[in-house]
Design a protein around this ligand. Structure first.
Ligand code: NCD
Length: 334
């Protein structure tokens, strides 16, 4: 048995296997590496003539998205189908949640339909943890993004993108640029890069878009694009998350673009073979020059492709971990 620390206790079963996927925080390196390796092996399913394998045959997965999403929701759905699971995607704006039903009541009703796993996106930080703590123990919860807190599957697809293009994490410099304050992707990526051994993690942002306590992530902070991008191997751009932004944090989008936008001129400070990433949706001319988004250094659409494989890996691993967790519980009660 592997001793667990408090942060990952809820996420891992007694054998140290993934059971819920809520956050990168506290997860060991070997588990992140296992997700990347499993995802790598699932990538080929997307290239097969018949794009499914029977690993989750007979399992029911429910996508419960309380917030807008294109890539995450669709790739979770495709991932579940490629593993032969039955998948239902609920539009929460037309569900009973809009009639005042509590989050847990909604989920418990769906659970009563014998759902095995929920993928949840919610605007409140901590929503996925809350559900995992209160839902029936035989169900797995996967966090599809909660408020400003965490977006662990996006982070793992970003890590797979970096690994496939740059080989390993131990000799590279990575810059994360833009609205760090409101970004669950930035938080998850800083944690994942650190856990995977990246020695040089940089964030580049105006001071008003940096979270309090950024120092705890062990990253270098820059407010100058050219200095921050100097000789980096990977540039991760972020969207200005207006929906979460209080007034007055930015003078104007135009000024932000001039100082923190990724342009041909600013990208010239990075290594010539640096890759350009973005979780999407991209705002052309706001955080990234349009030609760069489509240019040879951009791997933005590769990220989406890898996203399906990473989500297959997480669904598969969590379902295995959950099954073993339930078996152990049954043995203990007999
Ligand atoms: C990100 C998200 O939702 O946090 N996008 C995504 O999942 N593809 C980033 C964003 O919305 O800017």
């Amino acid at each position: 048995m592997i001793p667990l620390n408090a942060k990952c206790q809820l996420q891992l079963n007694a054998h140290g296997q993934l059971q819920h996927f809520l956050s990168i925080d506290g997860l060991p390196r070997r588990l992140l590496t296992e997700i990347l390796e499993t995802a790598n092996s699932f990538l080929e399913v997307g290239g097969m003539a018949v794009k499914n394998i029977p690993l989750l045959n007979g399992k029911t997965i429910c996508n419960v998205f309380f917030e807008n999403s294109t890539r995450t929701r669709t790739t979770f759905e495709i991932a579940a189908r490629r593993l032969s699971a039955d998948v239902i995607t609920l539009n929460m704006s037309t569900s009973s949640a809009s009639k005042g039903e509590t989050l847990l009541d909604t989920l418990r009703n769906l659970q009563a339909m014998a759902t095995d796993m929920f993928v949840v996106r919610h605007s409140h930080s901590g929503a996925a943890h809350f559900i995992a703590e209160h839902i029936y123990p035989q169900v797995s919860i996967i966090n599809g993004g909660d408020g400003q807190h965490a977006h662990p599957t996006q982070s793992m697809l970003d890590m797979l993108t970096i690994r496939r293009h740059k080989g390993d994490f131990e000799n590279i410099s990575v810059a994360i640029v833009g609205d760090i304050l409101h970004s669950r992707v930035a938080r998850s990526n800083m944690l994942a890069l650190k856990t995977l051994g990246c020695p040089d993690i940089r964030v580049i942002a105006p001071k008003t878009l940096l979270p309090i306590g950024i120092g705890q992530y062990g990253v270098k902070i820059y407010t100058n694009m050219n200095q921050g991008l100097q000789d980096v191997d990977v540039v991760i751009m972020l969207r200005l998350q207006r929906e979460r932004m209080a007034a007055g944090l930015l003078p104007s989008e135009g000024e932000f673009y001039q100082i923190f936008g990724l342009t041909t001129a600013s990208l010239a400070s990075a290594k010539p073979n640096a890759i350009v990433m973005h979780p999407g949706p991209i705002n052309r001319g706001v955080e990234i020059e349009s030609t760069l988004a489509d240019g040879p250094q951009s791997v933005i659409l590769n990220q989406v492709t890898y996203g399906t494989a990473v989500r297959m890996a997480v669904l598969y691993m969590a379902m295995q971990g959950q099954t073993i967790h339930c078996q152990l519980q049954q043995e203990n009660t007999h």
